[in-house]
Design a protein around this ligand. Structure first.
Ligand code: ADP
Ligand code: MG
Length: 504
């Protein structure tokens, strides 16, 4: 009897142990299945984001072709290829004191730059940042520009009487980051307001003229000599320091490019009275589109849910505004397809909750246990206790999205070089010619994404070398500029100044 009980107990213990072992095996099998599902999502996105050199070369060609089309006729391409009427880029010989007003959004900056005619020397510059009072964003053009003119007056009158600034008429460059139809280098009509502004009586008015009138009202003798966008300012700053600079790229929250084009290649403005051989063209390249761009379902959803669907397609794949959100969408998909992230927090569905600096921090986390990845997942997306293996997968996703962005930007840059015959090939129609002498070619580049995200920069450079080949790539130099929209614009006031008539 006693023995029987022992046997029964032993059998049940064994059964429980077996059951537990089976459960453990089941659990492991299920875990492995879930892991595989997550890996499949990543693998798929990796394939869809593939940017082989062959594909990048197709993007290069498409960019050059679209540039051509945009220059041929108004509306000929998604690339607007806007005429800037900037013919004179600063070259380092400028002298004197010049000002810039950078009106970017709800704040503005005023700058003063002293130049002594020696390329490398911007003797000094001063900057003041001011916020625009909320009520002025919806006021009248008179109230708005009177406010700006008063601030400028205060700033200008603080000037020291250095020998460079006396006996010269004061001139100003204006960076105006709203849609403008440019008429000449110093006049342009506001097409529409963005960024929360709604000063109704300004629409279709000449912006520099409104500012000039306000300056006169305030009794300030300051001429608005140039109206530009920030990318043109970057090109000016690059060219001031290095005359081989032919194009400029901005890759920050948004992205854009401009370059120096032969006037006779700008077919849509044939007949425009100009004696200059070249003009800066503002590409508005964020709007570039080509079927060769590697587009995923995440891009399609992001675009559909954006306030400007079907616009800025290139920008939505490469700029700092969007990269974080593409990564968020991929992680969300992973967590819907598998349970490797456990409970899905509502934070996941909030657009733009994961910023691009955050994915940079995850991607560049070099701590042994990926503590930074863990912190961001926990603090921002509210996913605690993510195993190391899964954290590595998240890091990989950041890399895929960033690598695609950087490589496409590189292809875009080479597209510009191809259009102007600086890519070592025979230009837009010819094949690669080994006998062509490649000239030193500098591209000015700025923006928070490029300057702060090391791996983005490295991917971009790597792609540039892959596409061009070492022999050509060694002649192409990317130079970081700082504050094209401020200093660069002041330099454009100098190169278009009535004090420098000898240059024109
Ligand atoms: P903006 O483009 O807004 O005029 P910036 O050129 O300074 O200003 O770029 C800011 C953008 O750069 C941010 O919105 C962000 O997308 C990106 N950025 C800034 N810092 C980093 C970083 N550490 N890593 C990745 N991206 C960054
Ligand atoms: Mg900027």
């Amino acid at each position: 009897m006693e023995r029987k009980v022992v046997v029964v107990v032993a059998v049940s213990v064994a059964a429980v142990a077996c059951g537990m072992a089976a459960a453990a095996v089941g659990w492991r099998v299920r875990k492995r299945r879930e892991w595989k599902k997550a890996v499949r999502v990543v693998r798929e996105v990796e394939e869809e984001c593939e940017t082989s050199v062959e594909r990048l070369r197709q993007v290069v060609d498409a960019m050059a072709v679209e540039m051509h089309a945009g220059l041929a006729s108004e509306g000929g391409s998604k690339l607007k290829m806007l005429l800037t009427h900037v013919h004179n880029l600063p070259n380092g010989s400028e002298r004197g004191t010049y000002y810039a007003l950078d009106l970017e959004g709800t704040y503005f900056r005023v700058l003063r730059v002293h130049l002594n005619g020696q390329q490398s020397a911007i003797l000094e510059h001063e900057v003041e940042l001011q916020t625009i009072p909320q009520h002025l964003l919806t006021s009248t053009s008179k109230d708005f520009f009177d406010f700006i003119a008063s601030s400028l007056k205060e700033f200008v009158e603080k000037e020291d009487d250095s020998e460079l600034s006396v006996a010269r008429r004061k001139e100003l460059g204006l960076t105006f980051s709203f849609p403008i139809k440019q008429i000449s280098v110093c006049s342009g009509i506001l097409i529409t307001w963005t960024k929360g502004f709604s000063i109704v009586d300004m629409v279709r008015k000449d912006v520099p003229a409104c500012l000039q009138e306000a300056l006169v009202r305030k009794g300030l003798d300051l001429r608005v000599a140039a109206l530009v966008n920030d990318t043109v300012g970057t090109l000016a700053l690059g060219h001031y320091h290095d005359a081989d600079t032919v194009a400029a790229i901005v890759i920050g929250t948004s992205t854009n490019a401009c370059y120096l084009e032969r006037t006779d290649a700008i077919i849509k403005c044939q007949g425009l009275l100009t004696t200059s051989r070249s003009m800066v063209v503002n590409m508005e390249w964020g709007n570039f589109w080509s079927s060769h761009l590697p587009r995923t379902s995440y891009d399609i959803d992001l675009n559909a849910e954006s306030p400007n669907p079907n616009d800025q397609g290139f920008e939505k794949m490469i700029s700092g505004m969007y990269l974080g959100d593409i990564v968020r969408r991929i992680i969300l998909k992973m967590s819907l397809e598998s349970d490797i992230l456990g409970h899905i927090s509502s934070k996941f569905s909030m657009p733009f909750i994961l910023s691009t600096p955050m994915i940079a921090a995850m991607h560049e986390d070099d701590s042994p246990n990926l503590r930074e990845v863990e912190r961001i997942l926990k603090d921002i997306l509210e996913i605690p206790d993510v195993p190391l293996k899964v954290r590595k997968l998240m890091m990989k996703v950041c890399g895929i999205v960033t690598r695609r962005a950087a490589r496409l930007a590189a292809a875009g840059i080479i597209g510009i070089l191809k259009k102007i015959g600086r890519d070592g090939s025979g230009g837009i129609t010819g094949g690669r010619r080994s006998d062509m002498k490649m000239r030193r070619t500098v591209v000015a580049i700025e923006g928070g994404l490029y300057s702060n995200y090391t791996l983005f920069r490295e991917y971009l450079h790597e792609a540039l070398h892959e596409i061009l080949g070492e022999d050509i790539a060694k002649h192409v130099i990317l130079k970081v500029t700082e504050d094209g929209s401020g200093i660069g614009t002041a330099l454009l006031a100098a190169s278009h100044s009535s004090n420098n008539v000898d240059r024109i």
